[in-house]
Write a protein that binds this ligand. Sequence first.
Ligand code: 1CP
Length: 333
Amino acid sequence: MSPITKCIKENDTRSNPIWLMRQAGRYLPEFREIRRLNQDFIKLCLNSDLASEITLQPIKRFGFDGAVIFSDILMLPYGLGQKVEFEKNFGPKLGDINLEKIKNIDEINFTEKVYKVYKAISKTSKNPLMNNRDMIGFVGAPWTILVYMINKSSPKKGLSNDFFKDDFLVNRLLEIIEKFLKLHIKNQVEAGAKIIQIFDSWAGLLEEKIPEYIYIPTLNIVEYVKKLNIPVICFPRGIKDYKNFCEIVKPDAVNIDYDVNPKKIVKEIKIPIQGGLDPKILLTDQKTLKTEVEKYLNIFKDHPYIFNLGHGILPETKIEMVEELIKIVRNFK
Ligand code: 1CP
């Protein structure tokens, strides 16, 4: 059993496996070179040879315990026929929603549009570098996907007042999203994904209706992944009450964000915990890094703990700091 799976399935506290959210990408010079030559981001995700190569870049360089497939959570709206583009210095730009068109998409249409992602997973899983490492597949949580589909760009400035205005659209869309997230997960697992992470990057935007838009839809997805006999990690970024989330949604492991107090959470949550370190710490110096990393490792010494960050690694992160991070985690006793 590979280290991350072992930590989750056996509640293993002896080792601290490590991988980083967004480890395949923006901060790596070898990724930037490929990206420079491939301006269309969606096309790049759908180039299975390059997607597989990018997925393995951080494994070759740093030897992480898991490889997260180079893809994007927005492949879901893309597979449903919504236009998805990434604009430099702006982020994602989605097209208008046509519910009539989306309603007519069936499982075959969807799979055909994104099957290169599965091909990339399958190709990567067969690489010898993946021996004793986990292939991590992922999806966006229903709520976060709903936010992008309706907002049509990053909700960095918060949700608009009329977000829930068209009640029928919101609820119908949520049902469709759930259905196709399950399909997207099943396809990734059949291609070789050994763990599924659910990114709810915008969970923190909701102040009310949390059961309706976060707990219940996420629980449906978590139960589905469990039925496939695959460990599922949830990352409800920014949610106020991680304890309550875990008690209701019951993921196999939970990734905490950097606003979570690790000393408090370790007492409250029994399931394996992942992450926490503020990615900005990787922009400081080696001494600060050691202090901060060892703080997390010490707090979670007797708890099953997968080392990771409290959000994705920042593009300006230096390679040497990631190398140092791995050393600190591997040498920790
Ligand atoms: O390690 C990896 O990079 C693997 C692949 C990966 C993953 C797991 C990418 C590639 N994206 C994601 C997840 C993802 N995508 C999330 C959840 C995690 C998080 O919160 O960071 C989200 C919200 C997205 C949506 C997305 N994709 C944005 C918008 C962010 C926002 O502020 O709203 C952006 C800019 C992207 C583009 C993207 N996805 C991945 C990469 C490497 C890039 C950058 C592309 C580039 O410009 O070169």
